[in-house]
Each structure stands twice: as structure tokens, then as C-alpha cells.
Design a protein around this ligand. Structure first.
Ligand code: SF4
Ligand code: SF4
Ligand code: FES
Length: 243
């Protein structure tokens, strides 16, 4: 006789900025991730559920959601990690501090616009016709640039930052971490512009060093330390005039 697998009670946000939670019962599986649960609902229970993912292996940064009240990458978060007791309800909602397009999909435009505003993109002086500029992998400069380079742009830190909630203009931990990574890139030539961009009212000095970004970053990066580095730059902008 076939036995019915245990069921998870799952509350999923439906709607946009206005909406409500909808309850689903999902079969419990071994090694099940929160993203597995969302995919099961969309494929077997309600095809209209909207959400975002791509790689399923913690590389693309697109699957972050609020799980039982806390921002997480859902493809690498096992259900056992967030549900301690049988009978607990799994609650899945969109990321905080971003407009909701529909259900679990947020509009990331403001998040990535802030990377641009923080000059979070590389600008070198070599053209494509010159040899690639290299930094010795063993050098102190390269190690400094490496500290925050593995950011996957998931938005977990941004959704966890209270200052973003208080001041929607605040550039936020991911954009500032990216700016600090480029401050440490000795090939980049827009350093003074970048330091000016991250030193205004919306920049690094608004960080209250509460540390939620560092505590929750799934890649174990330390945006708080990057922001502290930017704060120390006041009046000590690295070389490299804009062109
Ligand atoms: S340390 Fe700064 S950037 Fe990080 S969560 Fe706290 S206030 Fe936001
Ligand atoms: S710093 Fe960490 S939490 Fe923030 S976007 Fe990058 S990987 Fe995600
Ligand atoms: S689906 Fe790519 S990081 Fe989760």
C-alpha cells in the first residue's frame, strides 16, 4: 500500500505591493530546498505563480526571497534550515525594500541603478587593441580587491538593511561593496569620481554599522567592512582622475 508523503504547509505571497498569503500543501522531500517548494507549487498546484531563478546552484543571485521573515537565497536554503519543528508553516514572500512586480518577483531596477550611481563598474585605460592589464594574483592589491569580488547581486543584504528602509536613496551594502572592490582595483581610472559618488548623503556615511548585511550575505562577504573602508577614504581618495 502506498503511503502519502508528509505535507508541508506553505504560505506564499500573492499579489504585488498589495496582496495576501495563500496556503499550499506541498509534499515533503529529502534534501528539499525552499526553491524546490516554490517550483513544485508553480508546476503542480498553480501555474500562475511568479518568481525568479536561473542557476539553482548559488551563482546567478536571482532566487532571493524572504523566507520566514528573513532574506535568503532560496536555491541553497534547505527547508530543514528554516523549519525547526514538524507542523511549522513555511512562509515565502518577496524581498523587502523593492517594489513587487507580482507574487515573489521584485523589481530590481533601483538596486542595480545604485550600483551605477556608486560607479560600481570598471573603467580602465587600456583599449581592446592593447594587452590586458594584469594584477599579480599574489599581490596585496589583488587580495584587497578580492575581498568583496564574489558578490552575486542577490539583494539579500539590501533587503536586510534598515537604513535602506529609512532612506530609500541610500546606495546600500551591495553597491558600496562593489565600489570598494573597484577602489582596490589598481587598474581603474575613475577613483576620485567614485569616492565622490559614495561620500554624499546617500553614501557610505549613512551606514549605521548594524551588520545585518554581513550577517546574512550568502557568499559570506563583509559589506560592513567594505563600507568602513570607504568611510576611511574621506580626504584620501586614491589616485586616478576621471577622463
Ligand atoms: S552595516 Fe550598514 S549597509 Fe550593512 S545592513 Fe547595516 S546599515 Fe545597512
Ligand atoms: S553582498 Fe552578499 S548579500 Fe549582498 S548582493 Fe552581494 S552576494 Fe548578495
Ligand atoms: S537560482 Fe541562481 S543563485 Fe539561486
Amino acid at each position: 500500500m502506498r503511503t502519502t508523503p508528509p505535507q508541508l504547509k506553505v504560505d506564499v505571497w500573492r499579489g504585488n505591493d498589495e496582496g495576501s498569503f495563500q496556503r499550499f500543501d506541498v509534499p515533503r522531500m529529502e534534501s528539499q530546498t525552499v526553491l524546490d517548494v516554490v517550483i513544485h507549487i508553480q508546476r503542480h498546484l498553480d501555474a500562475t505563480l511568479s518568481y525568479r531563478f536561473a542557476c539553482r546552484v548559488g551563482m546567478c543571485g536571482s532566487c532571493a526571497m524572504t523566507v520566514n521573515g528573513r532574506a535568503r537565497w532560496t536555491c541553497r536554503t534547505h527547508v530543514t534550515k528554516v523549519m525547526k519543528h514538524a507542523g511549522d508553516v513555511l512562509e515565502i514572500a518577496p524581498l523587502n525594500h523593492l517594489p513587487v512586480i507580482k507574487d515573489l518577483a521584485t523589481d530590481m531596477t533601483a538596486f542595480f541603478d545604485k550600483w551605477r550611481d556608486a560607479k560600481g563598474y570598471f573603467k580602465g585605460e587600456h583599449t581592446r587593441n592593447e594587452p590586458a592589464a594584469c594584477v599579480d594574483p599574489a599581490s596585496a592589491e589583488r587580495k584587497a580587491a578580492d575581498a568583496g569580488i564574489e558578490c552575486i547581486g542577490c539583494g539579500v543584504c539590501y533587503a536586510s538593511c534598515d537604513v535602506v528602509a529609512w532612506n530609500p536613496d541610500y546606495l546600500g551594502p551591495a553597491a558600496l561593496n562593489r565600489a570598494w572592490t573597484l577602489v582596490n582595483d589598481v587598474r581603474d581610472i575613475q577613483q576620485q569620481t567614485r569616492v565622490a559618488a559614495v561620500s554624499n548623503d546617500a553614501g557610505c556615511h549613512s551606514c549605521h554599522t548594524l551588520g545585518s548585511c554581513t550577517e546574512r550575505c550568502p557568499k559570506s562577504l563583509q559589506p560592513t567592512a567594505s563600507i568602513a573602508g570607504l568611510k576611511r577614504l574621506r580626504g584620501h581618495a586614491p589616485k586616478g582622475e576621471p577622463r
